[in-house]
Write a protein that binds this ligand. Structure first.
Ligand code: SF4
Length: 243
């Protein structure tokens, strides 16, 4: 479904207001740790990754220390995560490549990042944006889903959704927009049961592929901001307690 650019901008403006104080959920202390944490986050939750990396980064905080580890030595730290054997092999190999080819530093170009073992475009964009502040808009499963439901993009692949979003959103907002969309997907526009009733954009969202809501529309963004803000605060508190 095609919607007017004015409506798309209105949706983004509301999300920017609702999620203005939200930051990354992964915990890291350096570009290397963000790279590893993001690589470990495939097919698992950020809460699980934070639990695993607490011990992993305590014992292997940088490329030099991790480069000396075998995948078997890393597995006990990340066994709770899906695909842990593959991930252990990838992070050991990428640490070795960083030491051998990049002087122990994380590179700052997408091409170099995507040349590291197990690193795809999404992870490369996350590292560019959040480790180095280089404009990039990472499209993960949440960003892909909510962008299409809200009519901000209609492409069939994450790469093409990224292109559409980057044309729609000013470059200076790419990094923030990733947070708006990802948190909206986690807290409100969930994969199985989107909470359209409390959604701050429900009055203008085309809800592409979503069944109609059964209750009366709530169109005041302020009220929705409050409702979602409470949910976010509860979730952050729960995450801190768990980690
Ligand atoms: S109205 Fe429903 S489908 Fe649209 S963004 Fe909100 S939760 Fe998602």
């Amino acid at each position: 479904m095609a919607i007017e650019k004015k409506i798309k901008r209105e949706i983004l403006a509301i999300l920017a207001e609702v999620y203005r104080d939200i930051g990354p959920a992964l915990e890291y202390g350096s570009p290397f740790q963000l790279l590893v944490a993001t690589a470990l986050a495939a097919q698992t939750t950020d809460v699980q990754v934070n639990k695993a990396t607490a011990g992993l980064f305590r014992d292997y905080p940088d490329p030099q220390s991790m480069a000396g580890a075998t995948p078997e030595a890393l597995i006990p730290y990340i066994r709770s995560l899906g695909l842990y054997r593959t991930k252990a092999g990838n992070i050991a190999a990428l640490a070795q490549m960083l030491v051998a080819d990049f002087g122990g530093e994380v590179p700052r170009t997408r091409e170099e990042l995507m040349g590291l073992p197990g690193i795809g475009r999404k992870t490369a964009n996350v590292v560019l944006a959040f480790a180095f502040g280089i404009p990039a808009l990472a499209v993960d499963t949440h960003v892909f889903r909510v962008s299409r439901r809200m009519g901000l993009a209609n492409a069939a692949t994450p790469g093409n959704v990224e292109k559409q979003l980057c044309l729609l959103i000013p470059e200076e907002n790419w990094i923030a927009a990733h947070h708006w969309l990802i948190w909206h997907g986690r807290r409100c526009c969930k994969a199985q049961r989107p909470d359209c009733v409390i959604c701050p954009v429900k009055g203008i969202c085309p809800r592409v592929g979503v069944a109609p809501a059964k209750t009366k529309a709530m169109t005041e963004p302020e009220a929705a901001t409050e409702a979602i803000g409470e949910t976010i605060e509860e979730t952050i508190a729960e995450t801190k307690e768990e980690v």
